[in-house]
Design a protein around this ligand. Structure first.
Ligand SMILES: [Zn+2]
Length: 125
C-alpha cells in the first residue's frame, strides 16, 4: 500500500509531486473554515466539556445524584455535536472530514443514550 501524504481534509492520497497539504482548493478552504471555527470556539468548547465531565463525576462522589451523570453525558453529546472537534491524532488518521463525522456520530449516540436513561429512570424510579 502506498503510504504517501494524504489530503488533510478528505484523506485522499496526494500525488507524489503535489506540494500542498490538500487535494483541492475546496478542501483547503473547508479545512481553513474548520480550523477558524476551532480557534474561535475552543475555549468555550473546553469549558463546556469540563463542566459536563464534572456533572458526570458527581454521582461517583455523592450517591443518589445519578441524574447528574445523565445530564453530563447529554451535555458532552450536545457540545460535541455543535463543536465536532477531534484529537490531532484522529484528524491525522482520518482527515478532518471523516474525523468530524465520527465525532458527530458519537455525539448523537451520547444524546440518544441520555434520552433513554432519562426516560427509563422516569418510568422506573
Ligand atoms: Zn481533499
Amino acid at each position: 500500500m502506498y503510504m504517501g501524504r494524504k489530503c488533510k481534509y478528505c484523506n485522499k492520497v496526494l500525488d507524489y509531486m503535489e506540494e500542498d497539504e490538500y487535494c483541492s482548493l475546496e478542501c483547503k478552504s473547508k479545512s481553513e473554515r474548520f480550523l477558524n471555527y476551532y480557534k474561535k470556539w475552543k475555549v468555550i468548547f473546553y469549558s463546556m466539556i469540563l463542566v459536563f465531565i464534572v456533572l458526570l463525576l458527581i454521582p461517583a462522589i455523592k450517591k443518589g445524584n445519578g441524574y447528574f451523570a445523565a445530564y453530563g453525558l447529554g451535555g458532552v453529546g450536545i457540545t460535541l455535536f455543535i463543536f465536532p472537534f477531534s484529537t490531532p491524532q484522529g484528524i491525522e488518521m482520518y482527515g478532518i472530514r471523516k474525523a468530524k463525522f465520527i465525532v458527530k456520530v458519537l455525539a448523537l449516540v451520547s444524546i440518544l443514550l441520555t434520552i433513554f436513561i432519562i426516560l427509563a429512570t422516569r418510568y422506573n424510579p
